[in-house]
Design a protein around this ligand. Structure first.
Ligand code: ZN
Length: 308
């Protein structure tokens, strides 16, 4: 129960002393943790709602301070994992992945986009964005669910321990208030040939970015090309396998491709991965041997285009 909080703050373990109030429901669903914080998962105090709706159960009402421990009707680590693995997309009754009409349309849009006239494209984008802004979970364009949960727990932990501060490790180096990353997906031969100019541009702004390389079919990858990125201090990541949009279409095919992707990771000396078109199935990503994944956006979130 304590892991998500400890991963976030990296504070002394004694401050993350969360215990369950009672056994939690087997079903997952939506509930609140304070007025504006939506959670998806199980809890022990009320039946979680199948969809986001007004007047949902608020778990904050059932938090109890017991000695130096904090009794919670839900597991913050489970809630965080459900969000990270996009489990809220699942139909809680049969456990199978469900594709909404919106997801299917957004998939069709991406395929048709190059053929659509500019005016129509703009109109469709506006409609899409309007729908996104009204979406309550995850929030668009920036979802702060995890931050909101851990910050609320932090305040409760201060009360439970009767202290006015808890030491923790700051999020960014040298006390920086925030952090940005710059990444380039190299999709075509033209793109590959432009990398040298792009490195010049990034260097002129003092930025060392990463380049996501498609290992198969798109363009050749001479060792001298990879060396040129490395020597200048830029990062190399693996981008899909051949960017055909079918990486997650079938689990057997995916696992076979994952083996090849892992081989390319070693060959490229790459520790990061991003799928083509951000197609994904978070439950399968464990087959990939990387330190980090960039297939699941945490800003301007858009739904995974799951294949069936
Ligand atoms: Zn791409």
């Amino acid at each position: 129960m304590n892991q998500a909080f400890l991963d976030y703050y990296r504070c002394p373990e004694r401050f993350a002393n969360f215990t369950p109030t009672a056994k939690r429901s087997a079903d997952s669903g939506f509930f609140l943790f304070g007025k504006d914080v939506l959670c998806y998962g199980s809890n022990s105090a009320a039946f979680p709602a199948a969809a986001v709706r007004p007047n949902m159960y608020d778990a904050l009402a059932n938090v109890a301070l017991g000695g130096a421990s904090l009794q919670l009707p839900f597991d913050p680590t489970e809630i965080t994992d459900n969000l990270r693995r996009e489990r809220y997309l699942r139909n809680s009754h049969n456990g199978s992945a469900k594709i909404s009409v919106e997801q299917a349309l957004s998939g069709a849009y991406r395929v048709l986009r190059p053929a659509l006239p500019f005016g129509l494209r703009r109109h469709l984008q506006k409609l899409y964005l309007r729908g996104r802004q009204e979406q309550r979970f995850p929030r668009w364009p920036v979802d702060r669910t995890v931050e909101d949960i851990v910050e609320r727990l932090f305040v409760l932990a201060l009360k439970a321990h009767a202290v006015d501060r808890i030491p923790f490790i700051w999020f960014w180096p040298e006390g920086a208030p925030s952090c940005a990353i710059l990444t380039h997906d190299v999709e075509t031969l033209r793109g590959r040939n432009f990398c040298s100019r792009l490195m010049d541009l990034d260097d002129s702004a003092g930025i060392k970015s990463s380049f996501q390389i498609v290992p198969e079919q798109r363009y050749s990858i001479p060792p001298s090309f990879l060396d040129s990125l490395r020597k200048r201090g830029f990062e190399i990541n693996v981008h899909d396998i051949n960017h055909d949009g079918r990486l997650f279409a079938d689990q057997t095919v995916f696992l076979r491709r994952a083996e090849a992707i892992n081989r390319y990771a070693k060959e490229f000396d790459a520790i990061g991965f991003r799928s083509g078109g951000l197609y994904r199935n978070p439950e399968w990503l464990d087959a990939l041997e990387f330190s980090y994944d960039m297939s699941i956006p945490n800003v301007a979130h858009h739904p995974p285009l799951l294949h069936r």
